[in-house]
Design a protein. Structure first.
Length: 54
């Protein structure tokens, strides 16, 4: 997130990197990302389930 200057529009890049590092996206990770990027948890969850559910 720091690399992307905590910009909300970097959500997909941040989630992709987290998935690379941990191998999956846990709810705890999503709840950490949301306030850091100043996004509602529902939006982070929605993007994660749409783009990363495969």
């Amino acid at each position: 997130m720091k690399r992307h200057q905590y910009r909300p529009d970097a959500l997909i890049e941040v989630l992709h990197r987290a998935q690379e590092l941990f191998g999956y996206l846990a709810a705890e990770q999503l709840l950490h990302v949301a306030p850091s990027l100043r996004l509602p948890p529902s939006q982070v969850y929605g993007v994660a389930t749409c783009y990363f559910s495969r």
